[in-house]
Design a protein. Structure first.
Length: 133
């Protein structure tokens, strides 16, 4: 089973710019083969890891299915709108080792945080309150 987070960029130029930016920050970037991009239903794909070892993928040109999403369980509604998925939650042992990567390298901005009953930080990369917790 593969476990990864995928982040969409606007187009091929944005994907190449992100790869170059990551490489300047000394992050190892893999230009994934077209077969994997086809499997993910995207036009272009790179992968890299955060300091905690989590696999991240950046892509452009996502395919769009004409069939509406139907959740596997009964829920009152599910709408992502133009900003896509509401948010992802990533559990890390040491936030201080990971936060600079997401903020300084990837450009996420801190939206909010809580200290109790546990520490959690919420980051945004678009108009949504947070895309990553």
């Amino acid at each position: 089973m593969s476990v990864f987070f995928g982040w969409e960029v606007a187009d091929t130029d944005a994907l190449h710019a992100l790869a170059a930016h990551l490489e300047r920050a000394q992050v190892d970037v893999t230009a994934e083969p077209q077969t994997l991009a086809d499997n993910r239903h995207v036009r272009g794909l790179i992968s890299f890891k955060d300091p905690a070892g989590n696999r991240l993928e950046a892509f452009y040109g996502a395919g769009v299915d004409d069939t509406p999403f139907r959740p596997g369980r009964s829920i009152s509604g599910f709408r992502t709108g133009p900003l896509g998925l509401g948010h992802a939650v990533l559990t890390v042992k040491d936030i201080n080792a990971v936060m600079p990567f997401y903020v300084d390298v990837l450009g996420f901005a801190l939206s909010d945080y809580i200290q109790k009953p546990f520490r959690a930080y919420f980051f945004h990369i678009n108009a949504r309150h947070h895309s990553l917790a």
